[in-house]
Structures are given as structure tokens and as C-alpha cells.
Design a protein around this ligand. Structure first.
Ligand SMILES: Cc1cc2nc3c(=O)[nH]c(=O)nc-3n(C[C@H](O)[C@H](O)[C@H](O)COP(=O)(O)OP(=O)(O)OC[C@H]3O[C@@H](n4cnc5c(N)ncnc54)[C@H](O)[C@@H]3O)c2cc1C
Length: 383
């Protein structure tokens, strides 16, 4: 491609959301450019660490259920199309006090959308999965049809789909500036090159606010720690143990069974350190709480899995101020679309977000109601 090529759509940030959008567009023979600061899938943003939960009865809000059902279908389609193992049906068990608002919303979402969800008492949980130790006043919400998405594999699968269908992928090339009023559409500048596109989709994760400074996006990149812990074989293996999340008063954790001897993986969904993504050094153990907070959950709820730390990693959440996603057209430039603020629960939607973003670029709207993700809901003080 020469510098004069004008792409139909350029995607800035080819991670979770961007790579999927690129695949959907390229499959429709749209002249697509994918450009990334690194070589996705990679370990610098929000998508590494092997696994992500997918839940359908959605505790963050029943308004996400239609999207997550479509996402599940699209992940399974991607698995069939590419032959990669992307989804692991381990089931997901949510644990917490009966009055936990998150569990109550999970139950309400299941009822509204007629999703299969088993409600278990504390004693029943311990009998069924002896690896858990839970207080009697806890309940469990078990969704047998949900489970785990292999995150890096999923991005690899979309990457191959995009490239196979003709998308141009430019890697290790950070975009420095976007000129939305360029003569040939949008002018995208990197250190050594310039690209042009009629429309752009900005899916830059933790860097979104740096690329769209005029929008004053209400998002905060946040450093998060996850650890893999030695756990006895049998009790915590995926064949006998589900993926899980725990609501412990205001502390929240999520985790995964041992997959092929990986050990239990656990992370904390709340907390973390607000950071500048350019200064993120991926230093698990920098804070005592990196390991300490995770051990608190293991000691309390899975004492048998509280073994040696096998591995620790850090990763980035991009929290919006209300924890809901931000997906919209630029208020002054309808040919500029952006999706960010996935607030630590976006991966499962990566497939459907790819579809949504491709529809926004091609048709000016999505078949799904994404008005809940509108930028207008915030009172942003525009620069
Ligand atoms: C520890 C952890 C656990 C999580 N667990 C879950 C879970 O269980 N379930 C779930 O659904 N979600 C989970 N999430 C959230 C989910 O992973 C994220 O919401 C999702 O990956 C965000 O996707 P994204 O496309 O916005 O970001 P990314 O996947 O990070 O993509 C952004 C891309 O933009 C690129 N980029 C940035 N700046 C530039 C630039 N200037 N020029 C070019 N490219 C640029 C980056 O290199 C990157 O590749 C978790 C996240 C973390 C960190």
C-alpha cells in the first residue's frame, strides 16, 4: 500500500475490540487498516493472562444480556471458523451473601431473560465442590453454560481472520496524532508514516484518552494484579471445579480452575492503582497487596488452593467513572467512532463489539441498542 491509499476504515488499537472489528470489516471486503503500538496479542494492555470469564446472567446489569448472548454465539462461531479452542464450558459460580446487590442483579437478569441459573445454599456449595469453604449465609449462583474465553487465542483468531480477508495490519507502530479534518478523510500520523482513512475506529484501551484528548473521556487506566497458585490436582481442576467470582462485602474477586496444571488463577476485581499506561512496568509484587489480597480470598474461600505462587502478572483495566462501557460516535465528527472504558469486564463482549463497531462504521448505527454506552450520559467538560 502506498501512502496515498485511503482506507475505508482504519482501526487504531488492534487489541480485544479493534482486532474483532477489523475481522468483521475485512470479511465484508471493506478496505481495512489495523494499526497497533505493539504486536497483538501482547502483554502491554488489557488482554493478556490467558483467560477471561464469560457470564450470561449479568450482575453488572441486565441491560448487557442481549449483547453477551450474541457474544457467546460469535465466540463459538469463531472457534468453528478458525479451529482454535476459544471457549471452555466450565460453568461459572458466583458466591456471596444473599443480599449482595451483584448476586441479586445476576438472579434478576436470569429471570428476565429466562437464563438457566441454579441457586445453591452454602452447604450445598461445599458438598458439590469440596474445594470451596463458604459461610452458611452465602449463596451460590451457578451458570453451567458459561465459562472461560482464552483471550490471547481469541485475538490471534480474529487477527488471522482479518489478515486472511485482506486487512492490512501494521504493528509496533504507535499512532501519535489523528487529524480528523484531513483532506483525504482522517490523517493518521505515526513517527515515520502517515495513513488516510474515510472513517476511523479508536479502540486504544488504556490509551484512549491520550488519542482523543478533546473528548475529555471519563476513564482511568488502573493497574491490576493476578496470580496463579499451586493447587492440589483433582479438587481444583477444571473437570471438577468451576470458574468463579466472589462478592465479599465490598471486596470482589474472580478466578479460574486449574487448566492443564496451571494452578488456580485469581484476581481482585475492585481496587488497583490508578496509573499512566505509558509508565506501567508490569511489576507483580511491587505492592504487598498484589499477592496479599489474593491470598486473603484463597485462605478464606479456597484454603486448599492457597499454595505456592507459581506466577504473578499485572494488567490494565480502563475504568469508566460509572463502570459501564463508552461506545459512540465523536460528537463533532461522525466518521470517528470510539470504544473504551471497558472497566475490567469487557473481554467477553469482544466478539459482539467487533460486530457492533463494524455496523457503526458501515451503516451509521448498530442493530443492538448501545445507547447505554453513549458518551452523552456523562457531563464531560469538553476541551
Ligand atoms: C487482569 C484482568 C482481568 C480481566 N478479566 C476479565 C474477565 O474475566 N472477563 C471480561 O469480560 N473482561 C475481563 N477483563 C477486561 C478485558 O480484558 C478488557 O475490558 C478488554 O481486554 C479491553 O479491550 P480493549 O480493546 O479496550 O483494550 P486492549 O485489548 O488493551 O486493546 C487496546 C489496543 O490499543 C493499542 N494502542 C494503544 N495506544 C495506541 C496507539 N497510540 N497507537 C496504536 N495502538 C495503540 C494497544 O497496544 C492495544 O493493543 C480483564 C482485564 C484485566 C486487566
Amino acid at each position: 500500500m502506498t501512502k496515498e491509499t485511503v482506507y475505508d476504515v482504519a482501526i487504531i488499537g488492534a487489541g480485544t475490540m479493534g482486532m474483532a472489528a477489523g475481522a468483521f470489516l475485512a470479511q465484508q471486503k471493506v478496505k481495512t487498516l489495523l494499526i497497533d503500538a505493539f504486536d497483538p496479542p501482547h502483554t502491554k494492555g488489557s488482554h493478556h493472562g490467558d483467560t477471561r470469564l464469560i457470564r450470561h446472567a449479568y450482575g453488572e446489569g441486565r441491560q448487557y444480556v442481549t449483547l453477551v448472548k450474541r457474544a457467546q454465539q460469535l465466540w463459538e462461531d469463531l472457534e468453528k471458523q478458525t479451529g482454535y479452542k476459544i471457549f471452555e464450558k466450565t460453568g461459572v459460580l458466583g458466591l456471596g451473601p444473599e443480599d449482595s446487590p451483584f448476586l441479586q442483579e445476576t438472579i434478576a437478569a436470569a429471570e428476565k431473560y429466562d437464563l438457566p441459573l441454579e441457586i445453591l445454599k452454602g452447604k450445598e456449595i461445599k458438598e458439590r465442590w469440596p474445594g470451596f469453604s463458604v459461610p452458611d449465609h452465602f449463596i451460590g449462583c451457578f451458570e453451567a453454560g458459561s465459562g472461560i474465553i482464552y483471550s490471547e487465542t481469541a485475538i490471534q483468531a480474529y487477527k488471522e481472520t482479518a489478515v486472511k480477508n485482506g486487512a492490512d495490519l501494521v504493528i509496533n507502530t504507535p499512532v501519535r496524532h489523528i487529524d480528523m479534518n484531513g483532506e483525504n478523510g482522517v490523517k493518521i500520523s505515526t513517527e515515520n508514516s502517515t495513513f488516510y482513512a474515510k472513517k476511523i475506529i479508536v479502540t486504544a484501551g488504556a490509551w484512549a484518552a491520550k488519542l482523543l484528548p478533546d473528548l475529555n473521556l471519563p476513564i482511568q487506566p488502573t493497574r491490576k494484579a493476578v496470580g496463579w497458585f499451586e493447587s492440589p490436582s483433582g479438587l481444583y481442576d477444571a473437570a471438577n471445579f468451576p470458574a468463579f467470582f466472589i462478592e465479599d462485602n465490598n471486596k470482589k474477586a474472580y478466578g479460574f480452575p486449574s487448566l492443564k496444571g496451571s494452578g488456580i488463577k485469581i484476581g481482585k476485581s475492585d481496587g488497583g492503582q490508578a496509573i499512566d499506561p505509558n509508565l506501567h512496568t508490569q511489576d507483580f509484587g511491587l505492592y504487598e497487596t498484589d499477592e496479599g489480597d489474593l491470598r486473603h480470598f484463597l485462605e478464606t474461600y479456597m484454603p486448599g488452593a492457597n499454595g505456592t505462587l507459581k506466577e504473578g502478572k499485572t494488567c490494565l483495566y480502563t475504568n469508566s467513572s460509572d463502570q459501564d462501557f463508552i461506545v459512540d460516535f465523536h460528537p463533532e465528527h461522525s466518521h470517528v467512532i470510539f470504544a473504551c472504558g471497558f472497566s475490567g469486564h469487557g473481554f467477553k463482549f469482544g466478539s459482539v463489539m467487533g460486530e457492533v463497531l463494524s455496523q457503526m462504521a458501515l451503516e451509521g448505527q448498530s442493530q443492538f441498542d448501545i445507547s447505554i454506552f453513549s458518551l452523552k450520559r456523562f457531563d464531560c467538560d469538553r476541551k
